[in-house]
Design a protein around this ligand. Structure first.
Ligand SMILES: Cc1cc2nc3c(=O)[nH]c(=O)nc-3n(C[C@H](O)[C@H](O)[C@H](O)COP(=O)(O)OP(=O)(O)OC[C@H]3O[C@@H](n4cnc5c(N)ncnc54)[C@H](O)[C@@H]3O)c2cc1C
Length: 540
């Protein structure tokens, strides 16, 4: 097929993710919010309204207040109710792993007592976990895998009876490390002899030392953030891991006297997982990329976990709806927030809804919300920068042997990692081969858009190309020292009175699981305030 025949889509033209949800569940936002509660306000009108609310004496408003829910609450048996026996209204901004987990755990911890509304800017549930159907194969464009240690996701898979497939568990396919000119290392398969060769090449002692450190860190993490002291007001309650966020991966590996070959292998993993080299990323991020035991994904797309959490929470969901402004309401003896938002169908029409509590479950700088309250200085001073990552999916009739790019007579591995000297891409994976059509599907990650010439050199021809650009994950930079680490991690999850922020954990580590954990943590803090029994506030 010639280049002109090539079908190309770019970001906004992506095929919509396949959804297992019913159409009524995916009702467009305006239909849902046009129930009399929504007010069409522009920003200046909103401010006039707010001013009026402050000036009009509380007594005048008291009649109205009886009919709205209040943040003050009581614990009545298993059910949390507000002081007026109406459900407490909670807005969640963002339907990614963090927001949907917050919705699910809020209801779990309160026996479904809250009235939850989720606002989601995109057309799908899942945020950075998103998949598309290509020739009948569901291909993840964002977060692809989770592992056995990801207890919250594993628990969801079990509860909702979702089918999983293991990732890279095929003994027949190995991997290679490409340095931009040649393969620095190739492992043909994961058979017995290949594994022996792997141990010999990278050094058994290096592998053992890294594994010991890795399992120590994972166990500390599981103990500190899942078991003891859950829920926690801020990450700083647990200082045990700040040390490994204050040094780079390189520093840790050098301290452990790990062989240079094994350092290069580990770097190929930090590059595929976080698009960062080991002298850039902190040691915690480095060790997390080594935690691949039981790597798996949900058949049909990981986002199904998050769809199930929304469904189970019975939240009202507004897709394609962007929250623009958060304003605090203060009636003296009660408070709350006005959420001003617009639908992508009617970008000029602003609407406002009132909530008792608000959870922001999206990276603050990406959410572009005007938040009209003071935020903790540690948060404002430490806004993390996110890696711009280009994901390119290619469907081609050719295997990787065909093109001249790899310039080798050897079999080209189906999974290609890279060293820092490779600037074209950070990883290339064959994710499917359909023997009937002969088509191969490949996924490439890169730090810049992949040029046509490179794709032609690799694949010769291709029948489809899909591009997706993400602000993927933060640069996991080591903090200068322990003092800076303590300062950064002292941001409370409640960033203002009854305003909560889930994405604090992301500069610590960014995964679907840790976002889900943050969501559960915020849910538990809220339920605890409403009187839920401490022993019920647990994560798997
Ligand atoms: C290419 C890629 C590969 C990855 N691979 C993995 C992996 O293999 N395993 C893994 O565990 N993690 C992986 N990650 C990281 C993982 O995707 C994230 O850590 C995790 O999904 C973050 O979830 P979240 O809910 O915190 O944020 P998000 O998923 O970003 O969700 C936030 C949501 O908020 C919405 N939003 C933002 N602003 C507004 C607004 N103003 N109004 C309304 N809605 C708003 C956004 O549209 C978004 O849907 C990967 C990420 C990328 C990009």
């Amino acid at each position: 097929m010639s280049q002109q025949d090539t079908e190309s889509t770019y970001d906004n033209n992506l095929p919509l993710p396949t959804s297992s949800l019913t159409s009524s569940y995916l009702d467009m936002p305006c239909q849902k919010c046009g129930n009399g509660n929504g007010k069409q306000l522009n920003q200046s009108l909103l401010r006039v309204w707010l001013l009026a609310a402050v000036l009009i004496p509380t007594a005048v408003l008291s009649h109205f207040l009886v009919y709205r829910s209040q943040p003050s609450s009581k614990f009545d048996g298993d059910i949390i109710t507000s002081s007026f026996d109406t459900p407490i209204k909670i807005a969640i901004i963002g339907a990614g792993s963090g927001g949907t987990s917050a919705a699910y755990y809020l209801q779990k911890y309160s026996n479904s007592s809250y009235e939850i509304t989720i606002f989601e800017r995109s057309e799908w549930i899942g945020g950075r976990s998103m998949s598309v159907d290509i020739h009948g194969v569901e291909v993840e464009l964002g977060a692809s895998i989770f592992v056995d240690a990801n207890k919250i996701l594993m628990n969801a898979v079990e509860e909702f009876d979702l089918e999983v497939e293991s990732f890279g568990g095929d003994d027949d396919t190995g991997f290679g490390i490409w340095d931009g000119k040649k393969f620095a290392y190739i492992l043909k398969d994961f058979g017995f002899y290949s594994k022996l060769k792997f141990l010999y090449h990278f050094g058994l002692s290096s592998i053992r030392k890294v594994e010991k450190k890795r399992s120590q860190i994972v166990n500390t993490f599981l103990n500190d953030y899942y078991k003891t002291g859950f829920p926690y007001e801020c990450l700083c309650n647990k200082n045990s891991l700040t040390e490994v966020t204050s040094i780079t991966g390189s520093q840790l590996l050098e301290d452990l006297e790990v062989s240079l070959e094994y350092q290069q292998f580990i770097e190929s993993l930090t590059r595929v997982n976080y698009a960062q080299n080991i002298d850039q990323i902190h040691a915690l991020g480095t060790m997390v990329t080594m935690s691949t035991d039981g790597a798996k994904s949900v058949v049909g797309g990981n986002r199904q976990i998050f769809e199930k959490w929304v469904e189970s929470s019975k939240a009202t969901l507004h897709l394609s709806t962007t929250v623009d402004i958060i304003d605090k309401l203060d009636y003296g003896f009660s408070s709350g927030y006005n959420i001003t938002y617009h639908s992508s169908l009617h970008p000029d029409v602003l609407k406002t809804l009132e909530f008792d509590r608000v959870i922001i479950a999206a990276p603050l700088n990406q959410s572009q919300i005007l938040i009209n309250v003071d935020l903790p200085p540690q948060l404002v001073d430490n806004v993390p920068e996110y890696v711009t990552l280009y994901v390119t999916i290619v469907s081609s009739p050719n295997s990787l042997k065909t093109g001249k790019y790899f310039n080798t007579t050897l079999d080209v591995p189906q999974s290609i990692l890279t060293t820092k000297s490779c600037s074209d891409f950070t990883s290339l994976n064959q994710i499917n081969h359909d023997p009937e059509t002969g088509e191969y599907i490949y996924k490439l990650f890169s730090l810049k858009p992949l040029e046509e010439t490179i794709l032609n050199e690799i694949f010769v021809t291709y029948s489809m190309r899909i591009d997706k650009v993400w602000l993927s994950y933060p640069y996991l930079k080591p903090l200068v020292d322990l003092n800076e680490a303590h300062f950064s991690y002292s941001v409370p999850f409640e960033i203002h009175d009854e305003l909560w922020y889930c994405n604090l954990m992301e500069s610590f580590i960014s995964t679907m699981e840790t976002s889900a954990l943050s969501g559960a943590n915020v849910a538990a803090l809220i339920a605890a305030r409403d009187g839920a029994r401490p022993e019920t506030l647990v994560v798997p």
